[in-house]
Design a protein around this ligand. Sequence first.
Ligand SMILES: NC(=O)c1ccc[n+]([C@@H]2O[C@H](COP(=O)([O-])OP(=O)(O)OC[C@H]3O[C@@H](n4cnc5c(N)ncnc54)[C@H](O)[C@@H]3O)[C@@H](O)[C@H]2O)c1
Ligand SMILES: O=C(O)[C@H]1O[C@H](OP(=O)(O)OP(=O)(O)OC[C@H]2O[C@@H](n3ccc(=O)[nH]c3=O)[C@H](O)[C@@H]2O)[C@H](O)[C@@H](O)[C@H]1O
Length: 362
Amino acid sequence: MVSRAQKHFCPQLSTKPHSRTGHTVFVTGAAGFIGAHASVALKRRGDGVVGLDNFNQYYDITLKKSRLSKLLDRAGVFVVEGDINDGVLLRKLFGLVQFTHVLHLAAQAGVRYAMVNPNSYIRSNIDGFVNLLEVVKSSIAQPAIISASSSSVYGLNSKVPFSEKDRTDQPASLYAATKKAGEEIAHAYNHIYSLSITGLRFFTVYGPWGRPDMAYFFFTKDILNRKQISIFEGPNHGTIARDFTYIDDIVNGCLSAIDTAKKSTGTGGKKKGEAQFRIINLGNTSPVSVHKLVNILEKLLKVKEKKVVLMPRNGVVPITHANISLARVELGYKRTVDLEMGLKKFVKWYLDYYDAKKNSSW
Ligand SMILES: NC(=O)c1ccc[n+]([C@@H]2O[C@H](COP(=O)([O-])OP(=O)(O)OC[C@H]3O[C@@H](n4cnc5c(N)ncnc54)[C@H](O)[C@@H]3O)[C@@H](O)[C@H]2O)c1
Ligand SMILES: O=C(O)[C@H]1O[C@H](OP(=O)(O)OP(=O)(O)OC[C@H]2O[C@@H](n3ccc(=O)[nH]c3=O)[C@H](O)[C@@H]2O)[C@H](O)[C@@H](O)[C@H]1O
């Protein structure tokens, strides 16, 4: 039963968000790049969805607000403004709605910002994650958790392609260290409390409504403004390459992970059993050098003058390359969009978005 106090809190939130599939998903980081796309895809196929985001200032907040008004509101996704560290808020939400799944995407992302503001990584990626797990553990329904990890956990491992069994104990950044810590913390909650948990290691995700702190996004801005671009060199002046993965493929992987997640076995006072724990790569299996990324963008933007400088960079992982065999078997995952096609879609969105903003038609 919903108490008067609970009704007062979040009046727009339905206690039974409409679900045609039997899934009711709590999406953290819903106003973020991946969270907005995933929430809309879940809602479109008939899942009940409630989002949460703290709308922090890590990057342009107007972009997060635009994702809210242009994607989430239009699809009918209700987003609560709040923090995963706010246990009182989370307990209220989990008391109001019986979630079947949590898609946990809220995090302090970005590899380089960890050298500027290390504590923000601890706060969101470790403290916030533990707080969320505590609430899930104590909730009646104990929803299955699908949580975002990162290709960065492979760190200094140089054996490619990266498979889930490879070593991940040599992170090259604090961001990677907190993502790896998240996987280990998830394992402990699975082991002790029989929570069902899937960790998805995403590989450099790009696409429309993307993150302005990522290279493909600010390179586009800099190329258009004829500004100089710095391409980092790897160890011994080597080339750096990334397994750039298109947003739609990542979203499909998240949805399949929800569909194949097993129930937590600690539920409802029953005897605890062995709950599911999985770690799965979601990548493109086709690494492309950063030089090639810049060349494709220049071609699409029709800007010829290249103004590139090479810059040595400590701690940069030379290459990422996903082995996606496990994702194929567990999730039926396949990558469908190559980098040229995906960047074409991104550039079209970028030009439309900033054009519309310039003309104040948004
Ligand atoms: N985009 C990529 O290339 C990539 C690659 C690997 C892993 N990941 C992971 O995927 C997830 C989503 O990444 P993204 O690219 O969409 O990033 P994003 O920054 O766009 O989205 C994260 C969202 O979480 C919110 N958030 C951050 N801390 C919060 C907190 N304490 N409480 C509530 N909300 C909070 C932010 O406001 C943001 O909207 C993250 O966990 C990230 O580490 C992303
Ligand atoms: O898969 C992940 O797990 C991660 O993906 C993403 O990290 P990265 O792969 O580092 O992406 P991104 O910053 O776009 O740099 C791309 C390339 O451009 C190079 N790079 C970058 C900046 C620059 O000025 N010059 C340059 O050469 C740089 O050396 C790199 O080779 C997410 O941000 C992160 O949240 C994380 O989850």
